[in-house]
Ligand binder design. Structure first.
Ligand code: APR
Length: 238
C-alpha cells in the first residue's frame, strides 16, 4: 500500500464504475450500447446536427435520471479523502452525473462535461438548469441571446475534453494517482496514468474488471468501488 499523509499530492480519476452502485449504467457493459443507443447516434456533434430531437430526448432522459439516484459510499469516501488532504487533492471525473458534487467533493473537474448544465452554442453561456421546466422533451431556449435550442454541456466524441491544462499540470505534480471504475478505453483520460508514471507517481487502480491499462498500475484492487474504496481511504486516514 502507498504511503499517503496529508502532504501527499493525490489525483483521482473516476469513471462510470464509481456510479454503477448508485444505479447508473456504465458505458461498456452492454455491447457498446449506452441505454440502448449506439454511442455515435447520440454522443457526437454530427448526431446533434443531423438528429437533434433524438439527441435532446436522450440527454433529457439522462438528466431526469439524476433525480432518482444518490451518491454511494465510494463517492463519500473520496470526500473524506479530500478533507484529509485539503488542497493536495484533485478529483478528475469522466462522469457527467452530479454524484461527486452532491456527495460533497469540492476540488472537482468534470472533464467530459455535466448533465446538469446546458450550454448556448451561440453566446457560449452555461446554465445549471435542473428544475421541472428544464427537464421536459421540449428544447430549452437561451435566456441570454434567444437561441431556441440550448445543447447538453457534454463533451461528445470528436470534441475536446475540458480543463485539460489544469488536469495535466496536477497529474504531472502528483505523488499518487488513483483510477477508479474506468475501463481505460477512452483517451485522453486513459493516458493520464502514463503522464503520472513518467513523473514518478505511484499508481493505484480499483475496478471491477481489469482495465485496458492495468499494467501501468503499481497496485490494483479488483472489486466494487463502494466496498473497497471506503476501507482503503480509512486505512490512509488512520
Ligand atoms: N466498482 C468499480 N468498478 C466498476 C464497478 C463497481 N461497482 N462497476 C463497473 N465497474 C467498472 C467496469 O468493470 C469497467 O471497467 O467500471 C468500468 C466502466 O468502464 P466504462 O463503461 O468504459 O466507463 P468509463 O471508463 O468511465 O468510460 C469512459 O467513455 O463513453 C465514454 O465519455 C464516456 O466518460 C465516458 C468514457
Amino acid at each position: 500500500m502507498a504511503e499517503i499523509d496529508s502532504n501527499t499530492k493525490v489525483v483521482v480519476l473516476t469513471g462510470a464504475g464509481i456510479s454503477a452502485e448508485s444505479g447508473i449504467r456504465t458505458f461498456r457493459d452492454a455491447d457498446g450500447l449506452w441505454e440502448n443507443h449506439a454511442i455515435e447516434d447520440v454522443a457526437t456533434p454530427y448526431a446533434w446536427q443531423a438528429n437533434p430531437e433524438l439527441v435532446w430526448q436522450f440527454y433529457q432522459a439522462r438528466r431526469r435520471q439524476l433525480l432518482g439516484v444518490e451518491p454511494n459510499s465510494a463517492h463519500r469516501a473520496l470526500v473524506d479523502l479530500e478533507r484529509f488532504l485539503g488542497d493536495n487533492f484533485l478529483l478528475v471525473t469522466q462522469n457527467v452525473d452530479d454524484l461527486h458534487g452532491r456527495a460533497g467533493s469540492k476540488n472537482l473537474i468534470h472533464m467530459h462535461g455535466e448533465l446538469r448544465i446546458l450550454r448556448c452554442e451561440k453566446c457560449h453561456e452555461t446554465f445549471d438548469y435542473m428544475s421541472n421546466e428544464h427537464l421536459t422533451d421540449q428544447y430549452v431556449a437561451c435566456p441570454s441571446c434567444g437561441n431556441e435550442r440550448l445543447r447538453p454541456h457534454i463533451v461528445w466524441f470528436h470534441e475536446v475534453p475540458l480543463q485539460m491544462s489544469e488536469i495535466y499540470s496536477a497529474v504531472e505534480q502528483c505523488d499518487v494517482f488513483i483510477t477508479i471504475g474506468t475501463s481505460g478505453h477512452v483517451y485522453p483520460a486513459a493516458g493520464l496514468i502514463e503522464v503520472a508514471r513518467q513523473n514518478g507517481a505511484y499508481c493505484i487502480g480499483i475496478n471491477l474488471d481489469n482495465p485496458m491499462n492495468i499494467d501501468l498500475h503499481d497496485e490494483f484492487l479488483q472489486g466494487k468501488a463502494g466496498e473497497l474504496l471506503p476501507k482503503y481511504v480509512k486505512k490512509i486516514i488512520n
